[in-house]
Design a protein around this ligand. Structure first.
Ligand code: HEC
Length: 162
């Protein structure tokens, strides 16, 4: 009986491990200190955002409609003020690469983390819930940020999905 119980529970543990591997989402880290960045998976509420959560790929890159929306959002969140109308730099650095202040920003996952939770060098968090201490609903959603990144990529040669 005991042997059987042990067997059953180890079977359960292995099944759970397999299940968590099968649905393993990307784990994000903060650009500021490399610590874990938890983002509510419920915020990834569009097909593109879900795909990004699962794979780290931004399917909006090269999608003209998403790129046009991203350009609008870039203006709405005043990114333009610091990074210029074509994201090639103004007060803040250019964002189109091919070299980046944070080398991981050559990937879409890395750039997402940088914009979502900010840096130590003058770039505040823009993710919803982090951007504005007075309003938890203020800030970009994952889907919006993927569109913004798609627009940034459209101005350079790096796609971030390499
Ligand atoms: C108040 C000015 C300001 C605003 C507004 C701003 N940024 Fe920045 N951003 C900066 C500065 C300054 C840096 C450099 C930070 C550093 O060196 O740590 C930066 C860095 C970045 C980087 C990293 C670039 C690299 O080379 O690794 C990205 C990506 C970025 N910003 C995107 C955005 C986006 C998208 C928005 C709008 C949602 C935005 N920024 C709004 C000032 C700003």
């Amino acid at each position: 009986m005991l042997v059987r119980k042990v067997f059953m529970s180890s079977l359960l543990v292995s099944l759970m491990a397999i299940a968590s591997l099968a649905s393993a989402d990307q784990s994000f880290v903060k650009t500021t200190d490399g610590s874990a960045l938890k983002i509510d998976s419920g915020l990834f509420d569009t097909p593109a955002a879900k795909e990004f959560l699962a794979t780290g790929k931004n399917s909006y890159v090269g999608n003209a409609e998403a790129v046009a929306k991203g350009k609008k959002i870039f203006g709405m969140y005043s990114c333009t003020q610091c990074h210029g109308p074509e994201a090639k730099g103004q007060v803040g650095p250019g964002l189109v690469g091919p070299t980046f202040r944070y080398t991981k920003d050559a990937t879409n996952k890395g750039m997402f983390e940088t914009v979502w939770a900010g840096t130590n060098g003058g770039m505040g968090a823009k993710g919803i819930g982090l951007m504005d201490a007075t309003d938890p609903k203020n800030g970009v959603t994952p889907d919006e940020l993927l569109k913004v990144i798609a627009w940034i990529r459209s101005n350079g040669t790096v796609t971030g999905n390499e």
